[in-house]
Write a protein that binds this ligand. Structure first.
Ligand code: SF4
Length: 431
């Protein structure tokens, strides 16, 4: 975004709209002060990056686009035509330039257009179809920009008073910024998905049992349990832990909320800013409800959420329901052997940050993270057959003693994009 919007409110709203869609936004010129004025948090981890006040600082983001072509597109230095073809086709970037435009901004905009990035402006100037789109009101810029680049975004609109976006996933809430904390290492906490009969569930019922955030002292620690009850014709108990593993990501996507851990070892911090914006416990329920219904629509017909902070009730839920349930799941796996199954599963969930990483998950061999069991991988595959966990056959043994199979090696080669040739499941000494 180049220049200042007509008002600071409009500028900040545009920036936040992109941030909520998971789009990286870089800022040049007056828009930076507008964001500061409107308390928009900025930084690389929040995907809103101020580059500088002078229009020439736009070169930093051009550099990112060019490097994308060199690194990921294998474009050779000096191949200008190949570079421009790559950025046009593969780098879904665009420019929003606010009026008044001067010659330097126009020159920078022409450079963007040459790379295939359309420029949208609110200035009343001439149009170059698909390249320079004038007279776009600030409120329409988001939709017009996505349209110009044919970007389709699946958004889950959730009724909460703060933003919900993957940009907030790595956000750290420091003790001094924290309104309250729920800490499973000190008090009883747990998170649980429980399959029920359809008649036992009232869809979208969010219940808070116990004191809410405004009844806690600033900086205090408390117990929490949230139980997500689901029902559906194709729902299976095996899917419960798969949903639970996603809670970490869902809750972290809330602006000003930090979540770590899983099962009964969780910690959640809620920031003062988020509390002051009106965030309360029912909103945790809203986030869990919306995401479970959205992501697992194929198997979840009805969903209700209970958020419990009554300490005695949380202790009861943790020890009498959650822990026995976790133990039952673990015991089921503990009695299974690799020989007892016909197939293993691959998992590439970590390729988001480690592009050639692949795990082969077997009953006796969890994924590297320790959080994906053979049952979890199986359920993930059933829920999303083209997703991160794929069936790996084990029909062509090379050496069963060290767990080497031709078909497992083939899978490892395929999913690591050739970075790994083979794997022995039981030995790091011999192979
Ligand atoms: S099983 Fe492997 S790839 Fe999958 S989430 Fe765990 S560490 Fe990552």
């Amino acid at each position: 975004i180049l220049g200042a919007a007509p008002t600071a409110e409009e500028g900040a709203a545009l920036v936040k709209s992109y941030q909520e869609q998971g789009i990286l936004v870089t800022l040049v010129g007056g828009i930076i002060d507008q964001c500061i004025e409107q308390n928009v948090k900025m930084g690389a981890s929040l995907r809103v990056i101020p580059l500088g006040y002078d229009v020439t600082s736009v070169i930093h983001v051009v550099s990112v686009a060019v490097r994308a072509a060199l690194i990921f597109g294998n474009v050779k230095p000096g191949d200008a035509a190949g570079l421009m073809a790559y950025t046009k086709e593969r780098v879904p970037a665009f420019v929003n330039a606010f009026s008044p435009l001067n010659e330097v901004i126009v020159a920078a905009g022409a450079g963007a257009i040459a790379l295939g990035f359309p420029v949208l402006t609110n200035e009343d100037t001439f149009e170059v179809p698909g390249a320079l789109i004038p007279k776009v009101a600030p409120a329409d810029m988001n939709a017009a920009s996505l349209d110009a680049r044919n970007i389709k975004i699946k958004i889950t609109k959730i009724d909460i008073p703060v933003s919900f976006a993957s940009a907030y996933e790595g956000e750290i809430i420091r003790r001094g910024d924290m309104q309250v904390e729920f800490d499973g290492s000190r008090v009883d906490c747990c998170e649980l998905v429980h399959m029920k009969e359809p008649g036992e569930i009232e869809d979208h019922k969010i219940e808070v049992i116990g004191p809410d955030l405004d009844e806690f002292e600033v900086g205090s620690k408390h117990s929490i349990a949230y139980v997500v009850e689901v029902a559906g014709k194709s729902m299976q108990e095996d899917f419960e832990p798969v949903f639970e593993r996603k809670f970490h990501s869902y809750i972290n996507c809330i602006e000003g909320v930090m979540h770590t851990g899983q099962r009964d070892m969780i910690r959640i911090r809620i920031s003062k800013d988020t509390f002051n914006a009106g965030f309360r416990l029912k909103h945790i329920g809203e986030v869990l409800y919306a995401n479970v219904k959205n992501e697992f629509a194929a198997v979840v017909d009805k969903c209700q959420v209970k958020v419990i902070t009554d300490p005695e009730l949380v202790t009861k839920i943790r020890h009498e329901i959650a822990v026995p349930m976790f133990n039952k799941r673990d015991e089921r796996l503990a009695t299974m052997t690799d020989e007892a199954v016909d197939v293993y599963y691959s998992c590439i969930m970590c390729q988001a940050f480690s592009p050639s990483h692949v795990c082969i998950v077997t009953p006796e061999r969890l994924g590297l993270c320790g959080a994906v069991s053979w049952f979890d991988a199986k359920a993930t595959n059933e829920l999303d057959p083209t997703g991160p966990c794929q069936v790996v056959t084990k029909e062509k043994p090379i050496d069963e003693r060290i767990g080497e199979y031709e078909d497992v090696n083939e899978a490892v080669r395929k999913f690591s994009h050739g970075a790994l040739d083979d794997v022995s499941l039981y030995s790091i000494m011999e192979k």
